[in-house]
Design a protein around this ligand. Structure first.
Ligand SMILES: C[S@@+](CC[C@H](N)C(=O)[O-])C[C@H]1O[C@@H](n2cnc3c(N)ncnc32)[C@H](O)[C@@H]1O
Ligand code: SF4
Length: 307
């Protein structure tokens, strides 16, 4: 039941770390996909909420926080799947209620983006949907299939180009260690194909876009957790993780050298916090990685890692 004065949330909610200070609005619940490593759809049945209730939440937020909200994130795991007319209506309503709103954001699976036309994406962008967080996880089709991502490298490329064409900022994540510790060939392919994917989507202009590497966590209840229990999956150790990331960075080679690709590997799941601009700061990033590889004592301990 939704109380008149409280914004509705169906916990646990899922949002990117960078949206920690944004107004969070529960547009959808759960996720329509079921990737082997993810907890987003384990405890919630997927649904798109009644748009009138979502608008009510925006009104309650205005009463609570005033009209100076700058960022809104529409929950949950893949709110981009919301039918375009509903997403447009709620984004327009948010922009009307909050005149200083800079952006609305959503998580988006590549397939959700591909299902929208260029025109629909452009309309969403003009209405205020300015950032989409897309889980690439890997550029290796083999690995994407193993973890049941239900998207291919070329889906990720096409979805990224569509976003960029519409003027929606891309923020994509990969998972370091996804191939596991017993499959060095797949880990190498993961690093090389992921770098190739990033090289291919690099736009030839100065816009800002984001690439982040999280490090695999194995939460209970996930398929990857079950695989691990059965002895079918070994997590990489911290050094194997950094070697894999080093291989990814080494293979980054943009045609457009003034690109503004903000690279981050500074999430709570990561062993070593890294930030830099690709591919201009590639050498610095590689030296940081080399330092981490040779100074294991500075790496984040397992106890402090999390999602
Ligand atoms: C909540 S998901 C939403 C992404 C979006 N639904 C998609 O699939 O494109 C956010 C991201 O967190 C990361 N993630 C989820 N589970 C993880 C895990 N167990 N270990 C590391 N990263 C994980 C993945 O990169 C995932 O794409
Ligand atoms: S990674 Fe994204 S698409 Fe996959 S289950 Fe999690 S939220 Fe859904």
């Amino acid at each position: 039941m939704q109380s008149k004065e409280e914004i509705y949330y169906k916990t646990p909610i899922f949002r990117p770390p960078s949206e920690a200070y944004s107004l969070l609005i529960q547009l959808t619940e759960g996720c329509t996909f079921k990737c082997d490593f993810c907890v987003s759809n384990l405890r919630k049945q997927f649904l798109v909420r009644d748009i009138n209730l979502v608008k009510k939440d925006l009104e309650i937020a205005k009463k609570k926080y005033g009209s100076k909200v700058r960022k809104i994130f529409f929950l949950d795991g893949n709110a981009m799947v919301t039918p375009s007319e509903k997403l447009l209506e709620v984004t327009r309503y948010a922009s009307k209620l909050f005149p200083t709103l800079e952006r609305c954001g959503v998580y988006a699976h590549s397939k959700d983006i591909l299902k929208k036309s260029d025109e629909q994406l452009k309309m969403l962008s003009e209405a205020g949907l300015k950032i989409a967080y897309v889980g690439f996880e890997s550029g290796s089709d083999k690995l994407l299939e193993i973890v049941h991502k239900q998207a291919t490298k070329s889906d990720h490329i096409n979805a990224s180009r569509k976003l960029m064409k519409a003027g929606i900022t891309l923020s994509a994540t990969f998972i370091n260690g996804l191939a596991g510790g017993d499959n060095p060939d797949l880990s190498r392919e993961h690093a090389i194909e992921s770098a190739d994917l990033v090289n291919q989507i690099c736009p030839d202009d100065d816009r800002i876009w984001y690439i982040a590497f999280l490090t695999l966590m194995v939460p209970s209840g996930t398929e990857i957790f079950k695989k691990k229990l059965k002895g079918g999956f070994r997590e990489m150790n911290s050094i194997e993780i950094l070697q894999e990331l080093k291989s990814f960075i080494s293979h980054i080679d943009f045609k457009y050298k003034n690109a503004n690709c903000i690279f981050r590997s500074n999430h709570a799941s990561n062993y070593l916090p890294i930030k830099g601009i690709l591919d201009r700061e590639k050498r610095n990033i590689l030296s940081t990685l080399n330092y981490g590889i040779t100074h294991k004592d500075i790496l984040r301990s397992e106890f402090y890692r999390g999602l």
